[in-house]
Every structure is written in C-alpha cells, then in structure tokens.
Design a protein around this ligand. Structure first.
Ligand SMILES: Cc1cc2nc3c(=O)[nH]c(=O)nc-3n(C[C@H](O)[C@H](O)[C@H](O)COP(=O)(O)OP(=O)(O)OC[C@H]3O[C@@H](n4cnc5c(N)ncnc54)[C@H](O)[C@@H]3O)c2cc1C
Length: 308
C-alpha cells in the first residue's frame, strides 16, 4: 500500500467518490475530505433518471450507495472543510482543515460548485420563511400547498416536476425562453395538471406576514405584472465556482473554473480537478464519475513514472 499522504481528494460527491474507488484499487489509499454529505449534490436531487444503469432512483439513495461502496473499499473520509490548499516549493501541497495541516504529493479538487444568490424583495419581513434551495429536503413541508420554482435549467425543472407531483399548483418562473432544460425534463413537468409556466418573468416582490403568502411577478418583455398565491419558493438559478481556499495561482479560467487537460491535470504538476468545479461542457453525475476515474488513472501513471 502506498503512503496515505500521497493523494488528497477534496469533496466526496460523485467525482471524488469515483476517484477514491479507482485510486484504492490501484493501491493508492487517498485521504478524502468532505464538509457535508458523501454524494454531494445528489443528496439534494429528487431523482436521477439519466445516469446509465440507474432506473429513476432517488438522488439521496445514490449518496447512500456511494457511502456503502467507500466502506467496502475501507476508504475513510475526514468530515472537515478544507480551508486552504497551498503549494510548496518542492511541488507538494499543504492542506489545512480544522487545526491540522497535512502535506500531499497529489491533490484532486472535487469540490463541486456553490449556489448563486438571489435576493427576494420583501422576504426579510418573514425571515425568508418559505424560501428554499432544496425541493427534496423541504418539499414535503409544502405538500398540498401552492409553490413556485425560479429557474429554467434542468435542476429547476426536474425539481419543479417533483413538486408538481405533491402540490396542487407549481409555478415555474424563468427569466428566459426557450428554457435551458432538456425536452424530456420539460415534458415531465408539463405532464402534471398542476404545472404552470411564467416565462420570461422575474419576481418583483414577495408578500407575507409571518410566512410567504405570494409573489408579484413581472413580465420581462411587456412589463405587465401578475400576482400568484404561494407558500413556498424554490430557487434554482445556477451555480458558481467556490475556490477561495485554492492558493495555487493561474489554474482558473476567467469564470473561476479549474482548467485541466484531458488527464484532468491542471497546469500545475500534482494538482488535478474533476466534476463540476472544472472547466467542462457538461456538469452531471456521469461526467463527474468519468473525470474521477480518469484523474485516478493519471495520478497512478504519474506515480509509477516518477516513483521516488
Ligand atoms: C437540483 C439538482 C438536480 C440535479 N439533477 C441531476 C440529474 O438528474 N442527473 C445528473 O447527472 N446530474 C444532476 N445534477 C448535477 C449533479 O448533481 C452534479 O453534476 C454532480 O453532483 C457533480 O459532482 P461533483 O462530485 O463534481 O460535485 P458535488 O456533487 O457538488 O460534490 C462536491 C462535494 O464537495 C464538498 N466540498 C466542497 N468544498 C469543500 C471543502 N472546502 N472541503 C471539503 N469538502 C468540500 C461538498 O460538500 C460536496 O459534497 C443535479 C444537480 C442539482 C443541484
């Protein structure tokens, strides 16, 4: 078994888990860091219907499967947030978490993305009660109530489809038309009699006393306004890179994504990036898992070539 301090993986979403499994099978036991849940974003996804071999399963189940698979490979996860990744003159990296700092020869960034913020005017009055970013976590609280979803991509429409199965009216509000979501995802949402679409619309303001009671929407083309009565608003307006902890220079593109080659290596030796956090045309479970396998293979190849 190769020294545990050779490889660190930051983030145990689908990408990090895949890299850990492949590394483990190469005999390279990685040190894995996770600040939240194994499975990353899949834990906050109602259903995964487009991952090969996965038949309409609940997203959190995939997270549980990942955990069990890591157990089978005896891969341990340190449940801490990585605070910094600092390059050393000898080509290694110092990773700090909690009060600890450890040095690694290889680092795989698998930390996914953060959420874009959106300020709903008037929501301070009711301490933002009724506003959520996770339908799978909070949807059940709104069963039998009217809700709205803000966003036009796959994530927004998929979660709107889930809410449409438990709520009498679901208003999907998108700033742009046509929707960015795939046709199959749109069809699933519109197949529900509870589905309503407002596009191109934005939220002008919210109403409510102790809880959210409604929204005023504004048509972005003709500026007309409409009021809808809802108790829940789910916001899915996209994600942004989070990389303040990365103290390695010149590895990001202009938007903050890590640029890699086809081996998942950044331009700095020893530093790799996989999944949603890297510059890539598609951010999905399938691509994150694939990236993880490739990164593990690249690191193993490099290790054998440069064995000290
Ligand atoms: C609502 C929604 C629905 C989706 N539906 C689908 C779908 O149907 N099919 C599909 O294929 N994809 C779907 N996706 C996209 C998919 O979930 C992501 O592409 C995938 O999870 C990316 O995997 P990842 O490993 O790159 O990152 P993530 O899954 O984001 O995992 C990153 C992990 O890193 C951890 N982390 C971050 N920073 C640190 C740190 N500093 N220290 C320690 N840990 C850290 C996070 O806690 C997280 O667990 C959906 C996404 C959302 C939000």
């Amino acid at each position: 078994m190769i020294d545990e301090k050779e490889v660190a993986i930051i983030g145990m979403g689908p990408g990090g888990v895949s890299a850990a499994i492949y590394l483990s099978r190469y005999g390279m036991k990685p040190v894995c860091f996770e600040k939240d849940l194994i499975g990353g974003k899949t834990n906050y996804t109602e259903k995964i219907a487009n991952y090969a071999g996965y038949l309409d399963e609940k997203g959190p189940q995939l997270g549980l499967n990942f955990s069990e698979q890591l157990d089978r490979f005896a891969i341990k996860t340190i449940y801490k947030e990585v605070k910094s990744v600092m390059p050393n003159p000898d080509g290694t990296f110092d990773i700090s978490y909690g009060k600890e700092v450890h040095t690694f020869r290889y680092v795989i960034l698998a930390n996914g993305l953060g959420e874009k913020t959106y300020d709903v005017k008037g929501s301070d009055k009711f301490s933002k009660r009724g506003i959520s970013r996770c339908a799978i976590c909070d949807g059940a609280f709104y069963k039998g109530k009217n809700v709205a979803v803000l966003g036009g991509g796959n994530s927004a429409v998929e979660e709107a489809a889930y809410l449409a199965s438990i709520c009498p009216n679901v208003y999907l509000i998108s700033h742009s038309v046509p929707f960015k979501a795939e046709q199959a995802v749109m069809e699933e949402f519109t197949s529900h009699s509870s589905a309503h679409i407002y596009a191109p619309y934005d939220i002008k303001e919210s109403r409510g006393d102790k809880i959210l009671e409604g929204l005023t929407l504004v048509n972005l083309e003709d500026k007309t306004e409409v009021d809808i009565d809802i108790n829940g608003l789910f916001i899915y307006i996209g994600s942004i890179p989070v990389n303040q902890f990365l103290l390695v220079k010149d590895v990001l593109d202009e938007h903050g994504f890590v640029v890699t080659d086809e081996k998942m290596k950044s331009k700095v030796d020893g530093l790799y990036a996989i999944g949603d956090c890297r510059k890539t045309p598609l951010r999905q479970v399938a691509t994150a898992v694939s990236d993880g396998a490739i990164a593990a293979n690249s690191i193993h190849t490099d290790y054998l070539k440069n064995r000290r």
